[in-house]
Design a protein around this ligand. Structure first.
Ligand code: ATP
Length: 241
C-alpha cells in the first residue's frame, strides 16, 4: 500500500501547492485524483515519484511510504527501483527513436534479461498496435499511440505502482475509452494505479476510489462510483447542471 500522509509541498518556499494531503492506494487498487487546473495533481505525482526537486519543489512536511519503505525526498532512480514508475504528462516519448528503442529505454534499469523480454511481450500483448509499429519512429505515431508507448515504456520497469498523469489529454473519446480499458487490464495483471485526470468520466469509470483536490487540499474522497453520484462531482467534473 502507498500512503501519503499530511503532505505539504511548496515551490520556491512561496507557492503552497499541497496543503496537508492524505491519501492511500491499496495494493491492487486503482485510485483516481481529480481536480481543476492548478489544484496540485501533478505536484502530488512529482512528490511520489521523487521528481519534485527537478521542478524546484520542496516537501515541507508529511510523508510518502510504500509499505514500510520511506519514499519522501528520494530521488527518481531510487523510487523506480522501489517499484513506483511515473508516466509523465504530455507523453514525453523519444520521437527520433523507434517504438522498440523507446521500450528498451524504459527497461534500462532492469538487468534481468528474461524479465525484460517478458515485460516487452506484456507491452506488445496489451498494445498490439505497438508490436505492428515497433520499427517506426515515435514521432510518426498518432497521439493515442504515443500515449500507449509512454505507458508501455513505464511498464518495462515492471512497476508495482504505476503513476499516470492525465493520459486522456488531447485524445479523441474513442481513444480515451481504449486507454481506460488498458488501465483496467494493467491493474487486473497485478499493478496498482494512481490516475490523475481532468476527464472525470473515464477516471471514475476505472477507479475503485477517488480523491478530489481543490487548491492543494482534498475536498472530497471515497468510493469512485459513489463520488460520481454526488452533486458536487456531477456539477463540477461531469458536466451536469
Ligand atoms: P494542471 O492540470 O494544470 O497540471 P495540477 O492540478 O496538476 O494542474 P500543479 O501543476 O501541481 O497542478 O500546480 C499546483 C500549483 O503549483 C499551481 O499554483 C502551480 O502554478 C504551481 N506550480 C507547479 N509547478 C511549479 C513550479 N515548477 N514552480 C512554481 N510553481 C509551480
Amino acid at each position: 500500500m502507498l500512503t501519503v500522509d499530511g503532505l505539504h509541498v511548496t515551490y520556491g518556499g512561496a507557492v503552497r501547492a499541497l496543503r496537508g494531503v492524505t491519501l492511500e492506494i491499496p495494493d491492487g487498487g486503482v485510485v483516481a485524483v481529480l481536480g481543476s487546473n492548478g489544484a496540485g495533481k501533478t505536484t502530488l505525482l512529482r512528490t511520489i515519484s521523487g521528481t519534485l526537486g527537478l521542478h524546484k519543489g520542496r516537501v515541507e512536511a508529511g510523508s510518502v511510504r510504500l509499505g514500510d519503505v520511506e519514499l519522501t525526498r528520494r530521488d527518481p532512480g531510487q523510487t523506480v527501483r522501489t517499484g513506483v514508475v511515473q508516466v509523465p504528462e504530455g507523453r514525453r516519448i523519444f520521437g527520433r527513436l523507434t517504438v522498440e528503442e523507446n521500450l528498451r529505454a524504459g527497461g534500462m534499469g532492469n538487468r534481468d534479461k528474461t524479465a525484460k523480454a517478458a515485460a516487452q511481450q506484456r507491452v506488445y500483448d496489451l498494445f498490439p498496435v505497438l508490436a505492428e509499429r515497433k520499427a517506426q519512429r515515435g514521432v510518426l505515431l498518432s497521439g493515442g499511440e504515443q500515449q500507449m508507448l509512454a505507458i508501455g515504456r513505464a511498464l518495462m520497469a515492471s512497476p508495482r505502482l504505476l503513476l499516470l498523469d492525465e493520459p486522456s489529454l488531447g485524445l479523441a473519446p474513442r481513444v480515451i475509452g481504449q486507454i481506460g480499458e488498458v488501465i483496467t487490464e494493467i491493474n487486473r495483471q497485478g499493478t496498482s494505479v494512481l490516475l490523475v485526470e481532468q476527464n472525470a468520466t473515464m477516471a471514475l469509470g476505472v477507479a475503485n476510489d477517488a480523491y478530489v483536490l481543490d487548491v492543494g487540499e482534498v475536498s472530497l474522497s471515497g468510493n469512485a462510483a459513489e463520488l460520481a453520484r454526488t452533486d458536487e462531482v456531477r456539477r463540477l467534473y461531469l458536466g451536469h447542471d
